[in-house]
Design a protein. Structure first.
Lengths: 304, 329
């Protein structure tokens, strides 16, 4: 099963490689210069990530080699085993953090995408009283880093009584102003006639929303999903501030406990590297799957 | 409760729009029927707005109120007026001597320099044919996907203070230094390393917006420009590309401000302590969490937060002024 998947991946890679060669043949001279100029920069950008992959598979003796090596020589999965073993001695196993992370990320991504889409639709297509104020507030909130108001947020969560629950993880993340904004910009492109025609045919608002609007804004939905996924998957704020019970915390929080003080100690380096890779791969996969749609969406991101 | 809040703000907004000559009661009546007509729209925005009001709007308002009080998280806040702000700008030595200069240096490099770099990169990449373009764009965007916490593993190993750190090992090998430097703890280096890392991870959706904006510029405009006497690529960028994509530039600017503020916590992650060694990498957000969650002076910490939010607002107004569409466009 896994092998057959590997073959599919390999095939895709080879196809891409042929495209790549073809593309190089078609380049103009200026383009070749640009490509060469950008190559070291691209390498610089990717280097730490390549390193992350290699580091996670290094056996213990290679981790502290001098001079340090970049590429792994004898790849092993012992770091991942160590990460799992490390938690057996503690009260909360890593699998619990991973489980929490998956649940929280899934729930909040779905909630963010659904509420953003529902909010963006009337903002774009219905001139209801107050729509300008709502839009203005959301635009203003685009530039607020919620980290800055962590203290009042803490008080709000506390008084709602949702500390140490999954709700405490999910609800604070749901309002994603960027999501509403991007979707609204994208929905502005849909011609109003389309909706009028549907109305004449007897469609209700909800049907129009589900059958016409949502399918047409698919690229934007993909983009929002990535942003939502990223903000939820890497979030440490909710775990640090709103969860006192260790069993309710998430993987990024566990990673931060592994890495704190890493500069001065040699212990658990392998486990930390393995954990870091586990953190990174889902984001990368999600992005690669939907990158075309993302770039298509960003064309409509302008603020006028 | 939240429904009422929106309804109230709605009333204020559109009251003047509905027939200015009619009496107040008639106006309210007209507004109510208008609102009833759009009841479905309100239902659609309700879930988002409820969360927005509870977790963003109320905290910001509460933050403003708290910033005028003394609050230690246990007793009821006591009113202090402008004292917190006065102390912030006259008494707080750490803030004035370390946090502000650090934040300024950090923001100048990560903000404008990162922004200009993003534009340059996006422009260069946009000149490439599409297959190659996708690969380069992916390479530039990938770092911003990496969650901050996870990458700490990489950075700490790269910059480790003994000779097994990559940077140290490299510098030793080439004879630039003769003994390993404690890069992450030394106050001379910490802030610079933070800047490099933040720029590295800054090519996020702002960068993609710029790239998409450049690609969306109508090709015919360049042809027209050539006829009108534009001779170099530089002129093309300045007179056609940038003016045509002002809205995307604005969006990217706002994303850049947010990224700069958010990546503030990186110093604490790298050095493993808050406050950072000798306050070398102390930025605004670290100062907030130092006062808020270590010393529990929540009122004072709120005053710093409000200062940060105001700063963001002023900066975005400045960018809005730069990229506002002119009358004739």
């Amino acid at each position: 099963m896994q092998e057959s998947r590997l073959i599919v991946v390999k095939r895709r890679l080879t196809v891409k490689w042929e495209d790549f060669v073809l593309a190089i043949r078609l380049l103009e001279r200026a383009q070749i210069w640009i490509a060469i100029l950008l190559l070291p920069l691209a390498a610089f950008m990717l280097l730490p990530l390549v390193y992350l992959f290699n580091h996670a598979f290094k056996p213990l003796h290679e981790l502290f080699l001098f001079p340090p090596t970049f590429i792994v020589r004898e790849p092993t999965t012992s770091n991942f085993a160590e990460l799992l073993a490390l938690s057996e001695s503690t009260i909360v196993p890593v699998s619990r953090y991973i489980f929490n992370s998956i649940v929280v990320t899934f729930l909040s991504t779905v909630a963010m995408v659904v509420t953003s889409a529902m909010c963006a639709y009337p903002l774009s297509k219905h001139p209801f009283p107050g729509s300008k104020i709502v839009l203005g507030l959301i635009m203003l909130a685009l530039l607020f880093a919620t980290e800055a108001v962590a203290i009042p947020r803490f008080i709000v969560i506390q008084s709602l009584g949702i500390m140490n629950t999954y709700l405490g993880h999910v609800l604070p993340l749901v309002a994603l102003p960027v999501g509403v904004f991007l979707l609204k910009q994208f929905m502005d492109q849909i011609p109003n006639d389309l909706m009028e025609a549907a109305k004449i045919d007897g469609a209700r608002e909800f049907t129009i929303f589900m059958r016409i609007v949502i399918p047409l804004v698919q690229p934007a939905i993909a983009t929002i999903s990535i942003l939502a996924f990223q903000s939820a998957w890497g979030n440490t704020e909710t775990s640090t501030l709103f969860m006192q019970e260790d069993a309710m915390k998430t993987l990024p929080f566990y990673m931060s406990t592994l890495t704190s003080g890493l500069a001065n100690s040699v212990a658990r380096q392998g486990a930390a590297a393995a954990g870091a890779l586990i953190m990174f791969i889902p984001s990368l996969v999600v992005f690669i799957v939907s990158q075309r749609k993302v770039i298509a969406t960003m064309a409509h991101s302008g603020i006028k | 409760m939240t429904g009422n809040a929106t309804a109230l703000s709605d009333k204020q907004s559109s009251a003047p729009a509905v027939g200015t000559k009619s009496s107040v009661s008639q106006r309210i009546h007209g507004l109510m029927t208008e609102m009833w007509k759009y009841r479905l729209s309100y239902a659609f925005i309700f879930p988002f707005m409820a969360m927005f009001i509870i977790f963003i709007l109320i905290p910001v308002v509460a933050g403003v109120l708290l910033s005028f009080t003394y609050f230690n998280a246990f007793d009821f806040p006591t009113w202090r007026g402008w004292l917190n702000y006065q102390n912030l700008f006259s008494q707080d030595v750490v803030f004035l001597q370390h946090v502000l200069p650090n934040s300024f240096k950090f923001a100048v490099f990560v903000g404008p320099v990162g922004y200009i770099l993003a534009f340059l990169l996006a422009w260069l990449i946009s000149q490439l044919p599409s297959t190659l373009r996708t690969w380069y764009a992916l390479a530039m965007y990938a770092p911003s996907l990496s969650a901050g916490v996870a990458m700490t593993v990489v950075w700490t190993v790269m910059f480790t203070g003994d000779r097994s750190g990559y940077i140290n090992s490299f510098l030793l090998k080439w004879g630039i230094i003769d003994k390993p430097v404690y890069l992450l703890i030394d106050q001379d280096y910490l802030l610079n390393i933070m800047i490099v890392i933040s720029i590295w991870s800054s090519m996020g959706i702002g960068f993609l917006a710029i790239l998409a904006g450049i690609l969306n510029v109508d090709k015919q405009l360049y042809e027209a420009g050539k006829i009108d006497g534009i001779s170099s690529r530089l002129q093309e960028v300045w007179y056609i590309t940038v003016p045509m994509m002002k809205p995307q530039m604005m969006f990217a600017a706002i994303m850049s401000i947010v990224h700069t503020i958010k990546s503030g916590g990186i110093g604490v992650q790298l050095s493993g302590s808050n406050p950072t060694p000798n306050y070398a990498g102390q930025l605004l957000l670290d100062h907030i969490s130092d006062y808020g969650f270590i010393r529990f002076e929540l009122g004072y910490a709120s005053a710093i937060s409000i200062f940060v939010l105001l700063l963001c607002y002023v900066l975005s107004k400045f960018f809005g002024f730069l990229f506002a569409p002119k009358e004739d466009e």
